[in-house]
Design a protein around this ligand. Structure first.
Ligand SMILES: [Zn+2]
Ligand SMILES: [Zn+2]
Ligand SMILES: [Zn+2]
Length: 781
């Protein structure tokens, strides 16, 4: 028997061992480069039961992809052994993702009689750190950051006992031999520890237990940096307004919501509505941050927070990002603090999360009052994953810790190994081999040296881990993206073949791959910015696409982007150009957005009309920006997508009114153009007539929904396709995507949405990879 998938480092051999021995079967089980192999012999019905239970009861962290069997001649053994590991050959086995502590480990953690009572690094083959500590393969302790901790006699006995839950658990350790916690002050001096937990209990800074001491700092309103699985977090008491506000000020994070770590489901329910699908996500071993609707107290008035979360945690947001503890340390810390804590990435502003101890002390010194740290190194920086539930299915917003490096099965095989370099913002990269796409952890925006280093080092690491030597390198068409430049440099240096993939085609291909489909479909790619082959900036696109190619069948009518990047930072500029397009007879006087920006309003319009530093864009993101600025939501943004996010929050979800938009077939070859300006014109008229901004925001959303559905219907009439794939960051808007799916479904379309990878640019690398694979297949005939 051969078992392929994630079957190493997850307790598979001891599982097979105990299953076989419990059924009285003889034989052996072992690991090799392809996964796990086993031979069993005994009564036929026992062998049948063995095969059935093998798949049914497989260890929680394993992911069986394929089991193949063949009949061999029995050699008459009744004993069962674990065969020594063989080495050599190509690596096709898979490293598993990091996992939250299992129930058995949590029980030991809480048991005063257990030798790992209160030990913050407890783990076993069913749980614990994996991807973040692995330096190389095969997955073996010597090639992890646990190598420096020599196992004590007791741990070694467990490690070598096939019947033990810790058999070959590479990170196995205990208070006697494993990593230790320390609590440091802002200057890096010891405040508590490294004594063992439970030895002293004073709970005061300077006393023995670092967790208790850190908890008392948190309760006193201080900011504590906490070393987690994939990097450092900054923690404060979620109920303390002064602490949350101080964290915002010191982190230079003005508006973006913070995530909250709560002890359990009951604590999550005290803050948010948790439906069964959300519960499954929250409690899964992957433990993403789950975006949840706040309970009535928080959802009632805009900006009002539920009583136990301070207003500054997630200002003006109907949702809250909640996660449950995913390390033993989190469990201990929450037990000591007794209340929810904010847990946000340890970084300044938009820099990547800090994960190296010395860098943490240096970079977070101005933010954190203390550091709860330890001596188990993090090998690879990994942010928390972010997910939500959309129509009963998980939808990842950021795919990282807990999911990576688990591969995604793709709808067509990679004939040659592919590296896809991804986008500029929310970058991920992707390696493809066989049926597997290895999408990387969230790298971030490739705009500073640190992120770029994460990108290049990450690619090297993945290539080593999965033993992939890319023969094709896929990249965005934007020549200035650092990911594009990396691809071109690599081709220069190695002669590897390049595959340029248009940004919105990559979005639609990503959605197809996410749904294990190959198309063709009507693809709706609505996002902020993507390089268009015609020299304009695309972003409100209707494509007839399959994995190999696309045709631009329609798009939002282009408008000028006055000042380029400045127009992205200042949504009021988009209000100006959209009003200009909507009102050929002149923008009506008396609009607040014009008055608020009167100093530059006329100049921006002149620039736009003359086409000076004003490239043409069909971006859907900019259309939402225009509506947001018109309604007084926001003239200038502090983070990407902020105006659109706040516009969604403003909308009155009960409002059914809508604005019409003209769709004309006057583009080249009958290409459809949808007049987004009509929506802005109607919104301005409503505003002048005294309609409430919340009502107008809803009518605008409904108008965009109808525009999308009408365009798709026109394309279906034309080409006969009745499946629509929705992708692009704009579809993170739940109000919009919910309405669009409903409307399209009602009109008889099959609708594909993202689930396993984000609809935003985090999914671009997967799309690029499958496009390259599809073109390869096409070329091969
Ligand atoms: Zn465990
Ligand atoms: Zn030990
Ligand atoms: Zn995009």
């Amino acid at each position: 028997m051969r078992v392929e998938g994630i079957v190493q480092g997850v307790g598979f051999r001891p599982f097979v061992y105990s299953l076989a021995t419990s059924l009285g079967l003889g034989g052996l089980v072992g690991n090799d480069v392809d996964g796990v192999f086993a031979e069993v012999e005994g009564p036929a019905e026992a062998v049948t039961r063995f095969l059935a239970q093998l798949e049914q009861d497989a260890p929680p962290l394993s992911r069986i992809e394929r089991v193949t069997t063949k009949t061999i001649t029995p050699n008459g053994t009744s004993s069962f052994i674990i065969a020594p590991t063989q080495s050599g050959g190509a690596r096709t086995t898979l490293v598993s993702a990091d996992s939250a502590p299992c129930a058995d480990c949590l029980a030991e953690l809480a048991d005063p009689a257990d030798r790992r009572f209160g030990y913050p690094f407890i783990n076993c083959t069913n749980c614990g750190p994996r991807f973040t500590i692995v330096k190389d393969v095969p997955y073996d302790r010597a090639l992890t950051t646990m190598a420096r901790f020599e196992m004590c006699r007791l741990c070694a006995a467990e490690y070598h006992d096939p019947a033990d839950r810790r058999f070959h658990a590479q990170p196995v350790c205990c208070p006697a031999c494993g990593p230790r916690l320390r609590l440091l002050d802002a200057a890096g001096k010891d405040m508590a520890g490294p004594e063992l937990p439970g030895q002293s209990g004073a709970g005061q800074p300077g006393a023995g237990d670092p967790v208790a001491a850190a908890a008392s700092l948190l309760r006193a309103g201080q900011i504590v940096a906490v070393k987690g699985l994939g990097g450092y977090h900054l923690a404060v008491d979620a109920g303390s307004e002064s602490a949350a506000a101080a964290l915002r000020a010191r982190k230079h994070r003005e508006d973006k919501p913070f995530a909250v770590l709560v002890a359990d489901l009951a604590a999550a329910r005290a803050l948010c509505a948790v439906d069964p699908a959300a519960q499954a996500l929250l409690t899964s071993a992957r433990r993403p941050i789950v975006l949840l609707p706040r309970n009535a107290a928080g959802a009632a008035g805009a900006g009002a927070a539920a009583p136990s979360v301070a207003p500054s945690v997630a200002p003006g947001n109907r949702q809250l990002g909640i996660m449950l503890p995913y390390t033993p340390l989190h469990h201990l810390l929450l037990r000591e603090t007794g209340r929810p804590i904010v847990l946000t990435s340890g970084n300044v502003s938009d820099e990547p999360i800090v994960y190296i101890d010395a860098e943490a002390l240096a970079q977070l010194a101005g933010i954190a009052d203390a550091f709860l740290t330890h001596d188990r190194e993090i090998h690879i920086r990994t942010d928390d994953s972010v997910a939500r539930v959309f129509r009963g299915r998980p939808a990842l917003v950021r795919r990282s810790r807990g999911y990576v490096p688990e591969p995604l099965r793709v709808p067509l095989a990679f004939a040659r190994p592919v590296l896809a370099c991804g986008s500029e913002l929310k970058n991920t990269f992707c390696l493809g081999r066989g049926q597997h796409a290895f999408v990387s952890h969230h790298i971030g925006d490739l705009e500073n040296m640190q992120t770029l280093r994460s990108f290049t080092e990450g690619i090297e690491h993945f290539r080593r881990l999965f033993d992939i030597e890319p023969q094709v390198v896929a990249h965005d068409l934007h020549p200035e993206y650092l990911s594009t430049k990396y691809a071109l440099d690599l081709a220069d240096a190695t002669g590897v073949e390049l595959a340029g993939v248009q940004h919105h085609h990559a979005h639609i291909a990503s959605c197809l791959a996410d749904n294990a489909q190959r198309g063709p479909v009507i693809g709706v790619a609505f996002d902020g910015t993507g390089y268009g082959p015609d020299g304009t900036i695309w972003g409100g696109e209707f494509l007839i696409a399959d994995l190999a190619g696309f045709e631009r069948a329609g798009h939002l009518t282009g408008v000028p982007l006055p000042g380029g990047a400045a127009a992205i930072r200042q949504p009021w500029r988009m209000a100006a150009v959209y009003l200009d397009a909507a009102c050929p007879a002149g923008i009506p006087a008396g609009l607040e957005v014009a008055r608020r920006n009167e100093g530059s309003w006329a100049n921006v319009l002149t620039m736009a009309r003359r086409g000076i530093n004003a490239p043409v864009t069909s971006s859907a993101g900019r259309l939402f920006d225009a509506a947001a600025a018109l309604l007084g939501v926001r003239d200038v943004i502090n983070y990407e997508g902020q105006a659109a996010i706040e516009l969604e929050q403003l909308a009155d979800v009960a409002e059914r009114g809508s604005y019409p938009a003209r769709i004309t077939a006057d583009g080249p070859g009958g290409q459809l153009r949808a007049a987004g300006a009509d929506l802005i014109g109607a919104a301005a008229a409503d505003l002048m007539a005294g309609a409430a901004p919340a009502t107008i925001a809803a009518r605008f959303h409904n108008g965009v929904t109808t525009l999308i559905a009408d365009t798709c219907t026109a394309l279906r009439d034309r080409c006969g396709l009745a499946t629509v794939a929705l992708s692009g960051g704009v579809f993170q808007n739940q109000l919009l995507s919910g309405a669009v799916v409903s409307e399209l479904t009602e009109r008889g379309f099959t609708v594909l949405v993202h689930s396993r990878v984000p609809c935003n640019d985090g999914g671009i690398s997967l799309g690029q990879a499958v496009v390259a694979a599809a073109r390869d297949q096409l070329a091969a005939g």
